[in-house]
Write a protein that binds this ligand. Sequence first.
Ligand code: 5GP
Ligand code: MN
Length: 338
Amino acid sequence: MIDTRILEITAELAKADNIVIVPHKGPDGDAIGSTLGLMHFLRDKGHKANVIAPNDYPHFLKWLPGSEEVYIYEQQKEISDQLIAEAQIVFTLDFNDLSRCGGMVESLKASDAVFVMIDHHQEPSDYAHYTYSDSTMSSTCEMVHKFIEKLRAGKQITPEIATCLYTGIMTDTGSFRFSSTSSDTHRVIADLMDKGAKNSEIHNNIYDTNSGNKLQLLGTALQNLKVISEFNTAYISLTQEELDRHNFKKGDTEGFVNYGLSLDGIKFAVIFIENESEKIIKISFRSKGTFDVNKFARAHFEGGGHINAAGGKSDLSMNDTIVKFNKILPEYEQELTQ
Ligand code: 5GP
Ligand code: MN
C-alpha cells in the first residue's frame, strides 16, 4: 500500500511546515529511536518537526541525539496541545491504535492533520490516512529506514538518524536475537553503521549504565521467579513495596521478563509489576516459538502486541491477578506443551 501512495505522501510533506511525531505511551527504545530518527530526518529537510511522547521514558534512552527536545505530554500539556493543533501532518510510530497514546487521544482526535502510521504491530486500527503497517518487521526503526529509502532519501541519513534507528532495532530485537530479526534487518544495520552509528557505544549506553538499585531489584525479581513446569511457563512478580525498597526508576524492570525465558524448556514467561498510582498490575508476556502472547494478552488482560512479545494490565490485586493467570493456563496446555 505504502509504495503506491508514496508520491501522495511526498506531496503532503512538500506542503507541511509543522509536523508532530508521536510514540506510544511508556515509550521503549524502538518508540523513542524511531520518532527521534524521523524527527532529525524531517528537520534536516526544513520542516518544524517535534516529538511529543504521551509520558516520560527511561533514563537509559536519554542520551539519544535530540532526546532533550522531546515534549512529554503529561508534563507539558499546553505547549503540546498547541503543537498538535498547528500540525499539518501527525506521524504515529510504533503503535497500532490511538488508545495506546494515553492522555493525548482527545487532542489527536480533534486534530485535522493528515495522519501517517508507521508500525509493526498486528491488527492495525483504521485511524490514519496513510497506514504503513508490517508485522513481519523487526521494529518500527527498521520501517523508518525503509520509509526514508522509499522517499529516495537514503543518502540523507546522518549519524544522528543512524544512531536513533540502530538503537531501536537493537532494543526491539533483543540485540538481534529474536526471530523477528531477518537478513534484511542486518542489511539495514550494516547501512546504519556505514552512515555513522557506533554499535559498541550504543550497546554500552543502553545496557551498561545500570544503577546498583536496579541490579538489586533484579535480585528480588529472580528470587520471586516461579516455574510451572507442567505448562513450560515461568513468572515473576514485583510489588510496589519491593519497587520502593530499591528506589525504582522508570525503565529499571526493562528486560527482567526475559530471564524467565532463559530457563531450559520454558516457552512462556510473564512479569507482573504493581503500579500503585495507576491502580493496576502492568503485565509483560514473552514466548518462544508458536505460542501467541498477543492473542493471550488480548483475550485475558486488555492488552496486545506481537506473537512473541506483548503487554497488558489487570485491575485486580497482585494475588488475584496471579490466581486468575494460574486458572487460565490449563486452557492453553496443548499449545504450551506441544
Ligand atoms: P512490553 O512488555 O515491553 O511493555 O511490551 C511488549 C510489546 O507489547 C510491545 O510491542 C508493546 O507495544 C506491546 N504492549 C505492551 N503493553 C500493551 C498494552 O497494554 N496494550 C497493547 N495493545 N499492547 C501493549
Ligand atoms: Mn516496536
